[in-house]
Design a protein around this ligand. Structure first.
Ligand code: BGC
Length: 365
């Protein structure tokens, strides 16, 4: 008893400290929280910069956090933003399904959730979705391969994004609608996916069928994994699967490493390879003739739309939307931005003239 009495003042001090600490936490108030997947890919560092540029003059306080490829870190980030009193969460999930828990916690705290670029799936805790037309991205990639096809029976190598990212399905779906008729008519011959070969006569793939192909040719959005896969494919390829080839690469990071592998195989006489994101390194590759095209997704529009939505929410207005996407649980109201095909021919007009990049950032333009 004596011991307990003695410890009471100490306990009181600890309790008071706890109150002070939590009050401090609350006082660093943030209106809008932004959570992006990783700093390891230039795409998302670019989004951060575009957010910073766009937010320079805002009266609202905004905090941007990165999840570094981990859904656990993402949940921690969201929890810390909830504790700071955010009203709106703009989040690009690392893994669409896994992010449900994080946004459900936000919803419980009365926060409105905007899914950014990638859709958060299988939960009703998503209020809005701001995105590019991802089916159109896949179609543009595939159309480029079709437009530059050489002769008949040209070997076609397929690669995809991460299966944990709903976009990987949309990109592949778009690409398949354009490629499949050209596989059926003999223009292309699939060289690296037995699952795709088995489905070559199916014009519209179900999610399960897409999943079968994607799990076989996934890069996991990882440049190294893409490189290893490409090496394995070329090692296994027969002579008639080399020569002039076409390659569906899902984004710029993977396109560059796949292009490096194909470019250093002496039995590959030429390759056409797709990409997406208009990353600076890929623009240089396009100028140098090492990557054929990219799909330019003007991040400035996405940033503008998501901030516009957040401000509408903060001002108790209803954000403007243009359609909806089903996330496996609900239809999420969405605002969509168009995309542009970029190759050597229009790189200057689309990226320099639009002030997306500066000419001096590249050589040989
Ligand atoms: C994005 C792409 C990006 C990829 C890998 C996708 O969800 O839409 O722009 O290249 O993720 O990070």
């Amino acid at each position: 008893m004596k011991k307990l009495l003695k410890s009471i003042p100490f306990l009181l001090v600890v309790m008071m400290l706890a109150v002070v600490v939590s009050a401090c936490g609350k006082s660093s108030k943030v209106d809008v929280g932004i959570v992006l997947p990783t700093k390891d890919e230039p795409r998302w560092v670019q989004d951060e910069q575009r957010f910073k540029d766009a937010l320079k003059d805002t009266k609202y306080s905004v905090e941007i956090l990165f999840s570094q490829g981990s859904s656990a870190k993402e949940k921690e980030n969201v929890d810390s933003l909830i504790a700071k009193g955010i009203k709106v969460l703009i989040i690009c999930p690392q893994d669409g399904d896994a992010a449900a828990a994080a946004v459900e916690a936000a919803q419980k705290a009365g926060i409105k959730v905007i899914s950014y670029d990638r859709l958060i799936t299988k939960t009703d805790a998503v209020n809005y979705y701001v995105t590019f037309d991802s089916i159109a991205v896949g179609k543009a990639q595939a159309q480029y391969l079709v437009d530059h096809a050489k002769g008949n029976g040209q070997p076609l190598y397929l690669y995809a994004g991460a299966a944990s990212d709903n976009n990987a399905f949309l990109f592949f779906q778009g690409a398949w609608t354009v490629l499949q008729p050209k596989i059926a008519d003999g223009t292309f011959k699939i060289a690296n996916s037995s699952e795709a070969v088995a489905l070559k006569d199916t014009a519209e793939l179900s999610r399960d069928q897409q999943s079968k192909i994607i799990s076989q040719v996934t890069t996991n959005w990882d440049a190294n994994e893409a490189k290893n896969k490409a090496q394995t494919h070329l090692t296994a390829a027969s002579a008639d699967q080399k020569g002039d080839v076409a390659i569906l690469a899902p984004n710029d990071g993977t396109a560059r490493s796949i292009a490096d592998v194909f470019g250093s195989d002496s039995a590959i006489s030429s390759y056409v390879v797709s990409g997406q994101d208009a990353e600076k390194a890929s623009i240089q590759y396009i100028i140098d003739g090492k990557q054929s095209m990219t799909v330019f997704k003007d991040v400035r529009s996405l940033v503008k739309d998501s901030i516009g939505m957040a401000v509408s929410i903060l001002e108790n207005k209803t954000p403007e939307t243009t359609g909806s996407y089903n996330n496996g649980k609900i239809d999420v109201q969405a605002k969509q931005t168009e995309v542009i095909t970029v190759d050597k021919e229009n790189v200057k007009a689309s990226l320099i003239d639009s002030k997306y990049y500066e000419e001096k950032e590249f050589t040989g333009l």
